[in-house]
Each structure stands twice: as C-alpha cells, then as structure tokens.
Design a protein around this ligand. Structure first.
Ligand code: ATP
Length: 274
C-alpha cells in the first residue's frame, strides 16, 4: 500500500521554481540533465551515458522534490520507491521488486508516450549499504539486481532511464554503487541558508493570508538550521494558531509559536530516539 500511495503522489507535476533555495543543487542538476538530453553529441564524442544521480544531504531538504522536478524538466515519467520497501524476509523478493520497478517504468513511459523515465529511490543506503561478506544476503541480492539493471541501461534504449537516489549517509554506501557508469554524479542538498529559508517560506505562504510579508523575513532569520520540511511545518502550524485565535490573518505571535513548536517537536523526537 505504501508503494501505491507514493505512486499516486508522484503523478503531481513539479517544477524547479516550486523548490525554494538550493540554487547550487538545482544548477548542478540542470547541468547534468541538459547533458543527458544531448544524445547525438554524447554518442558522437563517445561519452559514457549518465545513468545515476545521487542526491545527498539531511532529511527534508527537498531531494524528492528535486527528483520530481528533474522528471518534469526532462519530460519523463516519474516513479518513486524507498529503500525500505525492498527489505523483505524472503530471499529474492527484494530483487524481484527491483526488476518490477524497471519493468513498470518502461511500461508507464510507453503508456504516457514519453521517451524517458526517472526512477527515484529514497533511502538508497537501506539496500545499498556496504556489503560485509556473508551477512545480509538478502540485501546483497537486491543491491546486485539494482546494479544489473543499471548496467543494462543503454542510451539508445527507449525509454531512456535515469536513476536518482537519495541518502543522508553517503559514507555508508557500497563502493560498487558509486563506480563510474552507476551513481557517478553526486549532488549535495544542504540545509538552506537565510535566503533559501526565505524563499521556501514564500513558497509555502502562497496560499496563506499574512499580516505582512515582512514577517517572512523575520521568520527566515529566526529559523537557523531548519530544513525545508520544517519550514513548511512552521507555516502550517502558524495558520493553525491563527485559526485557534479566530483571526483571518497569520500574525507574528502565530509564527513565533509555530517556530517554537517545530523546534520542540524536533527535540522530543530526538530525545525519544536517543
Ligand atoms: P527525506 O530525505 O526525508 O526523504 P527529502 O530531502 O526528500 O527528505 P522532500 O521530501 O523533498 O525532502 O521534502 C519534504 C517536504 O518539505 C516537501 O514536500 C516540501 O513541502 C518541503 N520542502 C523541503 N525542501 C523544500 C524546498 N527546498 N522548497 C520548498 N519546500 C520544501
């Protein structure tokens, strides 16, 4: 059911303009994608095709959004899965799920009349962690299947498949995944700076009435270390506080309380997981 829900969510369109901050990551990604579409030049110069892009960085910084926007930018169908979906008790199930994902990408692209597909695998470290000889044999099979599928991608093939994967633990990945021809492009997606935070807040304030737009500048200044996901929460919580106060617009106190709430929430999460 998890896979189904993700697939439905993945049908929504998303462009790079809807992603706040992350200017460097967006630029690097667009550069890589532009390179991908110049098929003839690549073939003429004998350049190895781009098959895998790895997005690295803390949770909630917009890696999934970037993968969706990459699909939109290259006019590809988009499929998403998470590493944890491939973890199964039974040997072979994870590997066959990987196979199914690639088959489905090809089918979905054909059905939509598109010549390309982006497959996004979040939490790639779950299946792509370093192999430690003998242990985790089921994960090995899953990872091997992914490597086999990636090695089987050809530029001339229709649809052309690009694998994007995300992790916040790059150092944990099996070196086999990072070899040339596999995930050999790495793009860091870091926590936003104050300008990035303002941009993200502006995006999430679009459908919300604010007392004044200057409130967003203040909020950006007061949310050092927040991720995009946390900033989205701040805007949402602030709107809830305004509703509780029976007010039609979001004011400074609502934003301040929302920042505290998101910060506290993080603290309790961390305390309970420690
Ligand atoms: P994870 O590693 O936890 O899967 P992620 O990096 O893939 O996280 P997303 O799923 O892309 O993060 O982001 C989660 C939500 O946070 C988005 O749906 C969006 O609402 C908000 N968000 C995160 N980053 C940004 C951003 N740069 N601009 C706008 N919204 C953002």
């Amino acid at each position: 059911r998890g896979i189904q829900a993700k697939k439905e969510a993945s049908t929504q369109m998303l462009t790079f303009e809807q992603i706040g901050g992350q200017e460097r990551a967006k630029r690097e990604l667009v550069e890589a994608l532009d390179f991908l579409v110049k098929k003839e030049e690549i073939a003429r110069l004998g350049i190895r095709p781009l098959k895998g892009i790895l997005l690295t960085g803390p949770p909630g910084t917009g890696k999934t959004l970037l993968a969706k926007a990459a699909a939109q930018y290259t006019d590809s169908v988009f499929l998403a899965a998470s590493g944890s979906e491939f973890v199964e008790m039974y040997v072979g199930v994870g590997a066959s799920r990987i196979r199914d994902l690639f088959t489905e990408a090809r089918k979905k692209a054909a059905k939509a009349g598109k010549s390309a597909a982006v497959i996004f695998i979040d939490e790639i470290d779950v299946i792509g962690g370093k192999r430690d000889g003998g242990q985790q044999r089921e994960y090995d099979q899953t990872l091997n299947q992914l490597l086999t599928e990636m090695d089987g991608i050809h530029t001339s093939e229709a649809p052309r498949i690009l694998i994007m994967a995300a992790t916040n633990r790059k150092e944990m990945l099996d070196p086999a995944l990072l070899r040339p021809g596999r995930f050999d492009r790495h793009i860091g997606v870091e926590l936003p700076d104050v300008k990035g935070r303002l941009h993200i807040l502006q995006i999430h304030a679009k459908n919300k009435p604010l007392e004044s737009m200057e409130l967003l500048d203040r909020t950006a200044a007061e949310t050092f270390g927040f991720s995009g996901a946390q900033l989205e929460s701040v805007m949402n919580e602030a709107a809830i506080y305004a509703m509780r106060d029976n007010l039609e617009v979001i004011g400074r106190s609502h934003l301040t309380s929302a920042i505290d709430k998101v910060m506290m929430g993080e603290k309790t999460d961390r305390e309970t997981t420690d």
